[in-house]
Design a protein around this ligand. Structure first.
Ligand code: SAM
Length: 496
């Protein structure tokens, strides 16, 4: 272990005064990168993955091992944060090291390394954390971090390394643990919380008709240092690691797009068929619209709606939909879609029309008569916890009833756009009963609104969803069971 000043600063001694201050760690060192990411996640609404990508772009000299370390530190600290803070609290008051986010990050990363990274020797874990804390907060802070982490190192050495899974489970907020237990049962709730890999691999979604074996070969040849494997749930999925910027790979945007495997299963669950008219009612930037627009080729049409015009603009740019203002562009675009070819010579899919609409208020200009409506509703996002550990820090118990009301309102209003006998899939990237079965039950119950539609639970008519639902009208995907992010989907037939 580093032979550092052992004052913990609690007695007022300034352990660092007079000592030569070490040079600050290089800005591009993996721990410095991870610390900046953590500070951004705590200090703003930044997603860990986006903040990490941005910081890694600013540190191009990092090799894959360094990138792996920075990634593990970011995700590890966020997932085990409360347990790490409890360990540190055995030796120091929280108020002494949490005020400055960079100091906090370095102390927590040091604690994470000591507790869970057996490839990093204790002396190195302490030394790196102390250097980082000192660079951020000065010599007193460095001395404090040194004293606290040395004590923690001694405690870990005598007591053994605790299991990471237990720390992750213990770090989930109480309301979330409770909600998961009520939804999945105790053992499955713990398996869900501690499920790996973290972060999960990147999903690629092949368009219908593409040959997965051929694309696996082509992608492996194009990016030999990355790994590409066939997905296990979606027949269209390839899961990638280390692939970097997907846009640089062959086939991107034409034969495949980036989309998590479970998310693909939700789009498939709608069962869209060639020739059908489909509404992607909460389309966002159009990930599922892309797959749906491929499924209805050559003569069907997909329209997309969302609350946010900016997302619809991005969708139009990515999927080749007509400009929002194009009057009567729908039929023309549908015709064009049937004949157009993409850069690889395949029939090009596009979205026919986009609508900015707030379903809680009305249906806006969205027409009636769709064969199928996908309601990929806003939700807590708890199903994506492996990928977005910051969700546990930001969501609260009170969000659940509010989100459930929103989901019911959106799905009921979007259902009015389906034809009599049309199908609607309600889907969320959550596994919590409050947003899953409870919402599906409310949708199936007689409504006291005047929208004039009934939603009847119905078995899925798409093969993949039928299998996942075991012939029933709903299914849940779980990371520890299916290897995907967590989702729920329920199928309804709309009656007028
Ligand atoms: C889970 S996201 C959809 C993701 C998208 N389907 C995809 O595959 O990328 C939910 C979407 O619902 C939209 N939304 C939220 N409230 C809405 C409302 N009141 N009316 C319409 N859309 C809404 C959000 O903007 C968000 O894009």
């Amino acid at each position: 272990m580093a032979d550092r000043d052992q004052s913990d600063g609690r007695d007022g001694r300034d352990g660092g005064r007079g000592a030569a201050r070490p040079p600050p760690p290089p800005e591009s060192a993996p721990r410095a990168v991870a610390a900046r990411v953590l500070a951004r996640v705590w200090g703003s609404d930044a997603f860990a993955s986006a903040a990490l990508d941005a910081e890694l772009r600013r540190a191009p000299a990092l090799d894959p091992r360094d990138i792996g370390l920075a990634t593990e530190l970011v995700y590890g600290v966020l997932r085990a944060q409360a347990a790490l803070e409890a360990r540190i609290a055995e030796f120091a008051a929280k108020s002494r090291w949490t005020a400055d986010p960079l100091v906090r990050a370095h102390v927590l990363m040091g604690a994470y390394s000591l507790c869970f990274l057996d490839r990093v020797p204790s002396f190195a874990a302490v030394s790196e954390a102390v250097d980082g804390a000192q660079a951020a907060g000065g010599p007193r802070v460095g001395a404090f971090a040194n004293a606290v982490l040395r004590r923690l190192a001694a405690a870990v050495e005598s007591g053994g390394r605790p299991p990471l899974a237990s720390a992750v489970v213990a770090s989930a907020p109480g309301w979330l643990r409770g909600a998961l237990r009520r939804s999945l049962g105790r053992a499955a709730a713990e398996a869900f919380l501690s499920a790996g890999p973290v972060p999960p691999p990147t999903g690629l979604c092949l368009a219908p008709g593409e040959d997965r074996g051929a694309w696996l070969e082509a992608l492996r040849a194009a990016a030999p240092t990355a790994t590409f494997e066939a997905g296990h749930v979606s027949p269209a999925a390839i899961v990638a690691r280390g692939a970097g910027d997907l846009r640089r790979l062959p086939g991107f945007g034409a034969a495949w797009i980036g989309q998590e495997e479970g998310a693909q299963a939700l789009a498939f669950a709608l069962g869209a068929r060639p020739g059908e008219a489909v509404l992607d009612a909460c389309s966002g930037r159009g990930n599922k619209s892309w797959l749906l627009s491929r499924a209805v080729l050559p003569s069907g049409a997909v329209d997309a709606a969302d609350l946010y015009p900016a997302k619809l603009s991005q969708l139009r740019a990515a999927l080749g939909a007509p400009p929002a203002s194009a009057e009567g562009a729908g039929a023309e675009a549908g015709d064009a879609q049937a004949g157009a070819r993409d850069g690889l010579g395949r029939a090009a899919a596009s979205v026919r029309e986009t609508y900015a609409v707030d379903w809680t208020v009305g249906a806006g200009d969205v027409p009636e008569g769709y064969d199928r409506v996908l309601v990929d509703a806003p939700c807590s996002g708890v199903g994506t916890l492996r990928r977005r550990p910051e969700i546990a820090l930001r969501r609260e118990a009170d969000d659940l009833p509010r989100l459930a009301d929103l989901q019911v309102a959106i799905a009921r209003r979007a259902a009015t756009r389906a034809r009599d006998g049309g199908r609607l899939v309600f889907a969320v990237c959550s596994v919590l009963r409050e947003e899953c079965e409870a919402v599906a039950a409310r949708l199936a119950a007689p409504a006291d609104d005047d929208l004039g539609v009934r939603l009847e639970p119905a078995p899925f008519d798409a093969e993949l969803a039928r299998e996942l639902a075991g012939g029933g009208d709903a299914f849940r995907l779980l990371p520890h069971v299916h290897g995907t992010d967590g989702y729920f989907a329920a199928m309804f037939v709309v009656r007028r």
